[in-house]
Design a protein around this ligand. Structure first.
Ligand SMILES: C=C(O[C@@H]1C=C(C(=O)O)C=C[C@H]1O)C(=O)O
Length: 315
């Protein structure tokens, strides 16, 4: 079995972890720890809610670090994690860090990026020029893709949310072989076509990546229809729209794995949990953090397993 898997739990129980992300009450720079690329993200207010995410394909992993980027690779997939320190303006640092990561992917021979996560401190606050830090981040990321050394221009699925520490921390998954497909959602304008009222450069991501093995890696998804936020101020309605958006991508929401739900306000956690429990069956991580638009209250992501082809048997 060498499919990409994600689980929430103890990395020591996984024979060959590719990368480990600890969502807790502290942040650390990415590094190789106990033989595994590891990063700590500060996205949890209550230590009881801490979650450790482990990526693996069950194949032996080689690890290393270069230019502040920690990586693990197993012949099919690479996991990389990097960090951009706190700055007055983020575009230059993000552009440079992404370019370094892309250069590393080329050198290691894993040029097909399928999924990226970005955690942006002070995401809704202005930078030194008054530009919202998320928009500043998007500019740097778009510039990195403009001059990307990667072989084709399909954008990865992604997440871009806040964190309780300054600076930007990111991690990604990339493949050695071609064959994944970027998927869009007909209910939503592709993010890379958002109009410029949302910032000088649109967000560079696809709504999902379909892996050649059949799994679907779904981007952070929120209460957006077309390009507009719907139901500002109403977390329950935002949850329902978000679930409907997810349902257009994944055939069966109850089968989603590695579900993460990002909630802006601690006070909304109970209501969000109640709705999510009706839908999701597997483990769900609830993280409290700001989101990429000030009017978004909740966001969800997950991985849809391979759907077995239906075979109809004549009776
Ligand atoms: C919620 C949205 O965007 C968020 C921001 C992303 C990014 O900038 O990488 C990716 C997915 C979401 O976390 C959206 O635009 O629909």
């Amino acid at each position: 079995m060498d499919r990409l898997r994600c689980l929430f739990g103890d990395p020591a129980a996984v024979p060959h972890p590719l990368g480990v992300v600890r969502y807790g009450t502290v942040a650390t720079a990415p590094s190789v720890r106990s033989g595994t690329p590891t990063v700590d993200l500060h996205l949890v207010r209550d230590p009881a809610q801490a979650v450790t995410e482990v990526w693996t394909t069950d194949r032996p992993v080689s690890v290393g670090s270069r230019d502040g980027i920690a990586f693990g690779h197993d012949g099919r997939y690479v996991f990389c994690a990097g960090r951009v320190p706190a700055a007055a303006r983020y575009a230059p640092g993000v552009r440079q860090a992404y370019r370094r990561a892309f250069g590393l992917l080329v050198d290691l021979g894993y040029p097909y990026v399928v999924r990226m996560w970005n955690f942006v401190g002070r995401i809704n606050e202005p930078n030194a020029d008054g530009l919202e830090i998320y928009r500043d981040f998007c500019r740097g990321r778009a510039e990195a893709f403009d001059s990307s050394p990667l072989p084709r221009d399909t954008l990865p699925a992604a997440t871009g949310v806040g964190a309780h520490t300054e600076g930007v921390t990111f991690y990604l998954l990339a493949r050695r072989a071609a064959g994944h497909v970027a998927v869009e959602n007909h209910r939503q304008v592709p993010a890379y076509h958002y109009p410029d009222r949302y910032g000088p450069r649109p967000p560079s991501f696809a709504r999902a990546s379909r892996l050649p093995d059949g799994e679907l890696l779904i981007s952070g998804t929120a209460s957006i229809l077309g390009h507009a936020t719907v139901h500002p101020g109403d977390v329950v309605a935002q949850c329902r729209t978000t679930l409907a958006n997810l349902a257009t991508l994944a055939a069966d929401l109850s089968a989603l794995q590695a579900v993460k739900v990002y909630v802006r306000h601690t006070g909304d956690l109970d209501a969000v949990r109640r709705l999510c429990t009706e839908v999701f069956v597997g483990d769900v991580a609830y993280l409290v953090t700001d989101l990429c638009r000030t009017d978004l209250l909740v966001e969800m992501e997950g991985m849809s397993p391979r759907v077995r082809r239906q075979v109809s048997v004549p009776v």
